[in-house]
Write a protein of this length. Structure first.
Length: 885
DNA sequence: CTCATCACG
DNA sequence: ACGTACGTGATGAGC
């Protein structure tokens, strides 16, 4: 029996477009010696390799559009009319994509009056008839209408190498419809990119609902009389013609008069010599060396890459390191650098790459001297990780010059990867493989053979050195050097020291609380089972939902994707019902037990200390985050949970925990950047800011008239303002009607015109420049700010309003932390800074130092940055974290 | 591995 | 009409 023949069909236009836009930011980097742009060709080649590897086809055809005019434009003159003109940088690349295909031995084809889709549709029909297994590659979801059990559509999701495979099953899971209904979907919902409108006011959601009920557009119109009188019904009737035309336009033709057939598209295989010439003309050096590598081992990258010197116990003494800068990389077995085994290191200096798996060599000369010498600098990837790891070996390497991870995060914090290989790719350097690829993923991760391992390490240190100049220059261009040199880089060492110090957690306290919770949980469990009349898993939202809403028939069922929602918001409305009340209590205790009691005990070291890791390069706003354990979300709002804080204690007898936090830092930042006079005045006079807002929005003349409920609502309004407000969101949070929320907002903006002006201007600015900045020039690019999609755009607009506020507050506390650490060291205090929780700093100190801290910490914090309004800091101290309030 | 839930600022 | 607050991380279920 022979295996099924495999056919690969590629939508050449779509993939070339995708490839171009995937590297859009890099367009000007991809220019060859003749001034030709090459980014799309480059991407296409990478996609091709990936898909060839995945599919291993016998036959391939790449289809292109023949030109602008097709039978579709004749039928419908506005077809694709809204599209922007293809940029010259892209259109000039099409001939070269085709040339690449020629070199690969792949047939390409275009047909006058037809689009690439139709060629693919026709060819795949032919292939099904002959029993082929077909894969269609495209970036256009329309093509999924061709999916069958023999034909799969590989849709590029992000860029061109990340691919989602559509089978009939997958389609039905994703959209709940069959392939043939794709055209009905397009008919109803339209397609903005092709500029056909669909039925007015019907978007994808509505269309899917209708299709679920009626199957096809035609059937829907048969039953149109059964519709209740509604706006939607009117629109459907009104736009019937449009819907049918659009469906027709979206329908891929499967009878195009092709002049070629399956017999003409055998995959001939690459012509290495032609490819070599082609890569040379494109200046694709990396692909060239790939070719060479494959052809013969002796043609290596020797000219480009430094040679590897493996250090050993025997040869280390003879080494001399004369330069005063090196790239250094330490490889660990797992992510937790406080505890992970060491795998090895690489040090690149003076054109030599020293490597070893034996990290104890780092303690020997000349390496130790090099790492610790304050006059010699290191370039690294993740300085904090490097510092902490080396500290475990007794080495203090504080003089870091370039930190690739940190710099690239500052340049662009939207999906900044923590994988060196991936990150380099984003910066346009493709020489480093991803760790997953070299070591394997998850449970299968393991160190590879020495040679591969050392080469991988070499590629990392080389990449660090390679990207240094370029990225540092970009920092300068963005005026972000201050942010890097004065804030983030010193902060990484401060954070490292806090992590190493760790905070002590009292195991006994935790265990006592744990057994108390355990009892409560099992009591509640039996009560719930009794009330439900059966036992089930209360932790399963699925099972719980069925008990509450199906079996017990409680009202207010709300659906999520997978079933009923049983979130607090839903259950809260049913309060008073015994089983619901008990479930809510159960949840509360279960959460405390599993996350905070068991979770904390799990990550304690021998000294009962927990050492979190702050991720400095993750958030899009500039905040830190904290993992293993997360010490930034220890309960505080509910009394029962707050007691967890009693377990956090000083690490020495006679010491206390001391805590200081900024009061309303985000609103103060807003008052500063918006320059709103009323708001600034409120802070300058040290008013209760929420009460002040309440007075304004309720039109009161004296603070005495503010009721607690008014203050609560005003507080929600203030939060809403910071988040980038919407009337819906506000109504939700204070539980009022939407129009009422809207009135609140309008009154608010009348009272604080400066804030309104800020909101308008920041969105405008974001739209113009594509990003927003914080006080210290931290940047956030806003992908969707110019999007035609309402949701994407609205989200980007709220983000534009929120990021400068949240981000500047993050900047400020970072500055304070650096100054704080400096002061503690200079004053030779025993006190140590342990934690940061966004607007709060937590210390431990000997009792006798507490009076000192009470003055010192607030003064350092409130003078960290000079704003138009004062910063206010509140402090507390006690035997445990719980007692600091 | 993704989802729902819930802890924090 | 669209479908909603902004940032995070850990857990247990259920595929």
């Amino acid at each position: 029996m022979t295996e099924k023949q495999k056919l690969l069909l590629i939508d050449g236009n779509s993939i070339t477009f995708r490839g171009f836009y995937a590297l859009f930011m890099q367009t000007e980097r991809f220019v060859n010696h003749d001034g030709l742009h090459t980014s799309a060709v480059f991407s296409f080649k990478r996609m091709l390799d990936k898909i060839l590897d995945d599919v291993n086809p016998d036959k391939i055809l790449v289809a292109f559009d023949a030109g602008k005019k097709t039978f579709r434009t004749e039928k419908y003159s506005d077809y694709k009319a809204g599209r922007k003109k293809t940029p010259e940088e892209l259109s000039e690349q099409f001939p070269y994509v085709k040339k690449l295909l020629d070199c690969y031995g792949i047939k390409h084809y275009e047909l006058k009056n037809y689009e690439a889709d139709d060629i693919i549709g026709t060819m795949s029909k032919e292939a099904e008839k002959h029993g082929y297994e077909t894969t269609i590659v495209t970036g256009d979801r329309d093509l999924t209408q061709l999916v069958t059990n023999q034909t799969t559509v590989a849709l590029t999701v992000k860029g061109v190498t990340e691919i989602e495979y559509y089978t009939p099953n997958h389609l039905s899971e994703k959209l709940g419809i069959s392939p043939s209904q794709i055209t009905d979907l397009k008919g109803l919902a339209g397609d903005t990119s092709d500029n056909y409108p669909g039925v007015s006011k019907v978007g994808e959601k509505t269309a899917l609902k209708l299709l679920n009920q009626y199957g096809t557009i035609e059937n829907l119109y048969e039953h149109i009389d059964e519709f209740k009188k509604s706006k939607m019904k009117e629109h459907l009737i009104e736009d019937k013609e449009i819907a049918l035309t659009c469906k027709n336009l979206a329908t891929i033709r499967r009878d195009a008069p092709l002049e070629i057939g399956l017999a003409d598209i055998d995959f001939a295989g690459k012509d290495i010599e032609k490819l070599r010439e082609f890569y040379q003309s494109m200046d694709f050096h990396k692909f060239l060396s790939e070719l060479n590598d494959k052809k013969s081992e002796e043609v290596s990258n020797e000219e480009e890459l430094p040679s590897i010197v493996e250090l050993t116990f025997e040869n280390i003494d003879g080494q001399r390191l004369n330069a005063d800068n090196a790239s250094f990389y330490l490889e660990l077995a797992d992510e937790n650098y406080h505890t992970s085994p060491f795998w090895g290191f690489a040090l690149l200096t003076d054109g030599q790459c020293y490597v070893s798996k034996d990290v104890s060599l780092l303690k020997r000369e000349p390496l130790r001297e090099f790492l610790e010498n304050k006059n010699k600098t290191l370039d690294v990837f993740d300085g904090k990780k490097t510092y902490v790891s080396l500290k475990r070996l007794g080495i203090e390497a504080e003089s870091i010059d370039f930190d690739l991870l940190l710099v690239s995060y500052l340049l662009n914090n939207t999906d900044n990867s923590n994988d060196l290989g991936q990150l380099c790719q984003k910066q346009g350097y493709f020489g480093v493989k991803s760790d997953d690829e070299v070591y394997g993923k998850g449970a299968k991760k393991e160190i590879c053979a020495d040679e591969t391992f050392f080469e991988h390490l070499r590629s990392k240190v080389f990449a660090i050195a390679f990207l240094k100049q370029k990225l540092m220059q970009k920092l300068k261009d963005n005026s972000q050097d201050h942010l890097y040199f004065e804030i983030e880089r010193p902060l990484s060492i401060v954070l490292a020291k806090m992590e190493i110090a760790g905070i002590k957690a009292d195991k006994e306290t935790l265990e006592t609380m744990g057994s108390r919770f355990k009892e409560k949980i099992s009591d509640l469990e039996s009560l719930i089972y009794q009330e439900a009349g059966e036992t089930f898993n209360i932790n399963s939202p699925k099972q719980l939902g069925m008990i509450l809403f199906d079996k017990l028939g409680l009202p207010g069922a709300k659906k999520t994707k997978t079933g009923y929602s049983t979130a607090v918001g839903v259950l809260e409305k049913l309060r008073g019902n015994d089983i619901v009340d008990n479930v809510l209590l159960y949840r509360q205790f279960a959460k405390l037990k599993s996350t905070y009691i068991d979770g904390l005990i799990k990550v304690m070291d021998q000294d009962e200390k927990v050492h979190t890791r702050y991720t400095q390069t993750l958030t899009t706003t500039g905040r830190l985050s904290s993992v293993e354990p997360n010490l930034q979300n220890i309960p505080v709002r509910l009394e029962e949970g707050r007691k967890i804080r009693q377990a956090f204690i000083p690490s020495h007898q006679g010491w206390e925990i001391f805590s200081s936090d900024y009061s309303q830092i985000e609103l103060r930042v807003l008052a500063h950047i918006s320059k709103d006079e009323n708001m600034q005045k409120a802070f300058k006079d040290d008013f209760d800011i929420h009460a002040n807002t309440a007075m304004k929005i309720f039109g009161l003349s004296s603070p005495d008239e503010v009721t607690p409920n008014m203050r609560r609502q005003a507080k929600a309004v203030n939060f809403g303002i910071v988040y980038g407000i919407s009337d819906f969101g506000l109504a939700q949070s204070i539980g009022c009607r939407r129009d009422q929320a809207k009135t609140f907002m309008e009154t608010y903006f009348e009272s604080f015109p400066g804030v309104k002006r800020y909101m308008t201007e920041i969105v405008e600015l974001a739209r113009n420049q594509g990003y927003v900045e914080t006080l210290f020039k931290r940047r956030r690019y806003l992908e969707g700010i110019r999007s035609k999609n309402f949701n994407q755009r609205s989200f980007a607009e709220r983000t534009a309003m929120n990021t400068p506020i949240q981000g500047s507050a993050a900047d400020i506390i970072k500055v304070a932390m650096i100054k704080m650490q400096e002061t503690l060291e200079k004053e030779e205090l025993k006190a140590r800074m342990l934690l940061q929780v966004h607007d709060e700093l937590i210390f431990e100190a000997p009792e006798e130092e507490i009076p000192v801290l009470e003055k010192l910490v607030p003064s350092v914090m409130d003078s960290a940055v000079k704003l138009d309004v004062p910063l206010k800091v509140e402090s507390g101290h006690g035997k445990t974290w719980f007692d600091t309030k």
